[in-house]
Design a binder for this molecule. Structure first.
Ligand SMILES: Cc1cc2nc3c(=O)[nH]c(=O)nc-3n(C[C@H](O)[C@H](O)[C@H](O)COP(=O)(O)OP(=O)(O)OC[C@H]3O[C@@H](n4cnc5c(N)ncnc54)[C@H](O)[C@@H]3O)c2cc1C
Ligand SMILES: NC(=O)c1ccc[n+]([C@@H]2O[C@H](COP(=O)([O-])OP(=O)(O)OC[C@H]3O[C@@H](n4cnc5c(N)ncnc54)[C@H](O)[C@@H]3O)[C@@H](O)[C@H]2O)c1
Length: 467
């Protein structure tokens, strides 16, 4: 039986373990926190559960427009302790489910930390395991090792989190009450999602954005539309503003910006990116190539430069999404165990930002199209004209579709809408399967439905074709 050690039990590690077990390998996963990793226990699952609570509050907004009289948002009480308890309960339950799945598949799960031992200079690699239950360290010699150690919130030396007022996104669920005024530092996807959720819960939010718009890596039209919604709902957004330091200031925090301004609030949430968990693995000593940012260098089948050693997920910096991490992990095992494998393709990865409204994307980006890197025709259809959208009182949002100029093959799309995460699926199927706008346009959609606007967008691109 092939011996495999997987360091880290997040999506990259546990999905890899399930594949390796299915291919009859002897698999050990060493995980420091719990099955499911940071994704399940600290990052993705808790934040989306928290956002689900915020969506319940959103349901009470603008009810008068629908002829429903209520006492408004002011009458809603958010019990932060109960919300946080639900977040933790769901995360723990999800972790337990994954653990049960691993055990059922025959995977050995060790609660502890691992690092590379001495270089064996042969066909096996030595991994040093330190169990957390107090047992002494031991070694496992394995033919294949997968590094799947994920990443940790980046800390600024001048704004160190204290877990009480200056927080990482992993610490917010320990607060005894909602902040009265939250200053979110960093307007990437993480910052935008938390700013959106707290705003929905009735918290005063100030978003410190180092760039000229929020979510600088996302589609500009989409990010601008969401920024407009945020502002209309009362969020203060400070563009082109870098936080230099964050300090405790009595019962609050004081954020000094690089231009000399000072912003005060009750709490600060640091959302300034992540750093890969690779410093303590003995990688350099073992000869494993690591980039300047600490990310493990991999190819499209997750191989590092050392034969038998693979890496997957956020520790590689390829594309920090749970879905991509899982696929990198599976690819690593299919490759290591000699199964048929196709290299990782990022062209058809759908991604979603869970703000209100959501922002989902797949395929080519506007930047690629505008720069001429990818020739494409495009249409952007506001949802305001959609019948279902009017019934639901949705004023914001749009569908964008890109296709090849001559063939009409769909190459990408953007959706800004509630549940854009679900609406992006038909576009993803089209991109993955090289469907044309004609094929999308001929699909009979539900009336009335938001997805009808996807077919409508495709029809508009058809019309352009015949002009
Ligand atoms: C706030 C937030 C929200 C997110 N939401 C989404 C989302 O909605 N959808 C999405 O697709 N992605 C989301 N992501 C990204 C997603 O969480 C990551 O891409 C995913 O967690 C990566 O999985 P991974 O397996 O590489 O690492 P992780 O999930 O980080 O797991 C790695 C594990 O390795 C363990 N470990 C580290 N070092 C060692 C060691 N030496 N020995 C043993 N164990 C070790 C760690 O304890 C950790 O549990 C979000 C990220 C953040 C920060
Ligand atoms: N819904 C999802 O799928 C989801 C959710 C969260 C994160 N993620 C993944 O995680 C990745 C990283 O996202 P992220 O937002 O955590 O990190 P990020 O690095 O994309 O964004 C951090 C932002 O903070 C800014 N910043 C840094 N220092 C600052 C300072 N001193 N003052 C003000 N701003 C400062 C940076 O300029 C940057 O825009 C995403 O690209 C995504 O792949 C996914």
């Amino acid at each position: 039986m092939t011996q495999i050690v997987i360091i880290g039990g997040g999506p990259a590690g546990y999905e890899a373990a399930l594949v390796a077990a299915q291919l009859d390998a002897d698999v050990t996963v060493v995980e420091a926190a719990g099955a499911g990793g940071a994704c399940v226990l600290d990052d993705c699952v808790p934040s989306k559960t928290f956002i689900a609570s915020s969506e319940v509050v959103t349901g009470y907004r603008d009810t008068e427009e629908f002829g429903i009289h209520s006492d408004g948002l002011e009458a809603i009480t958010v019990d932060a302790t109960a919300v946080h308890a639900r977040v933790k309960r769901l995360a723990t339950a999800q972790s337990r489910d994954i653990q049960a799945k691993l055990v059922k598949a025959g995977v050995t799960l060790v609660h502890g930390t691992a690092r590379f031992g001495d270089d064996m200079l042969g066909h096996t690699h030595r991994v040093k395991v330190r169990p957390h239950d107090g047992d002494s360290e031991y070694f496992i010699d394995a033919a294949t090792v997968l590094i799947a150690t994920g990443a940790t919130p980046r800390q600024l030396p001048t704004a160190l989190p204290d877990g009480e007022r200056i927080l990482t996104w992993r610490q917010v669920y320990d607060l005894p009450a909602l902040p009265s005024h939250l200053i979110v530092i960093g307007s990437g996807v993480t910052g935008a999602e938390f700013a959106s959720a707290y705003l929905a819960m009735g918290v005063q939010v100030t978003l410190v954005s180092s760039r000229d718009r929020v979510m600088p890596h996302e589609d500009a039209d989409a990010a601008t539309a969401i920024e407009r919604v945020f502002r209309n709902r009362g969020m203060t957004i400070l563009n082109n503003s870098r936080a230099e330091s964050v300090v405790r200031d009595g019962e609050g925090v004081s954020v000094a910006l690089a231009d000399g301004r000072v912003v005060t609030g009750s709490h600060a949430l640091m959302a300034v990116g992540s750093v890969p968990n690779t410093a303590d693995l003995g990688l350099v000593e073992y000869g494993i190539a690591v980039s300047t940012g600490g990310y493990v260098t991999v190819d499209r089948v997750s191989r590092t430069n050392v034969p038998g050693i693979y890496a997957a997920g956020d520790c590689t910096g390829v594309l920090p999404l749970a879905s991509v991490a899982a696929m990198q992990g599976r690819i690593a095992m299919w490759h290591a165990l000699g199964d048929a494998v196709a290299p990782l393709r990022l062209r058809t990865v759908a991604a979603n930002v869970f703000t209100d409204p959501e922002l989902a994307t797949v395929g080519v980006s506007q930047t690629d199209v505008d720069s001429g890197k990818i020739p494409a025709r495009e249409v952007m259809l506001p949802l305001a004209g959609n019948a279902r959208s009017k019934m639901a009182g949705l004023d914001d949002g749009f569908i964008k579709l890109y296709c090849r100029p001559a063939s009409g093959i769909v190459v990408g799309g953007v959706v800004v809408a509630p549940r854009a995460s679900e609406l992006i699926m038909p576009i993803t199927i089209a991109v993955e399967n090289h469907l044309t706008v004609n094929q999308l346009a001929h699909t009979i959609t539900i009336y009335p439905s938001l997805s009808g606007s996807i077919a409508e967008a495709a029809r508009q691109l058809m019309q352009h074709e015949t002009e």
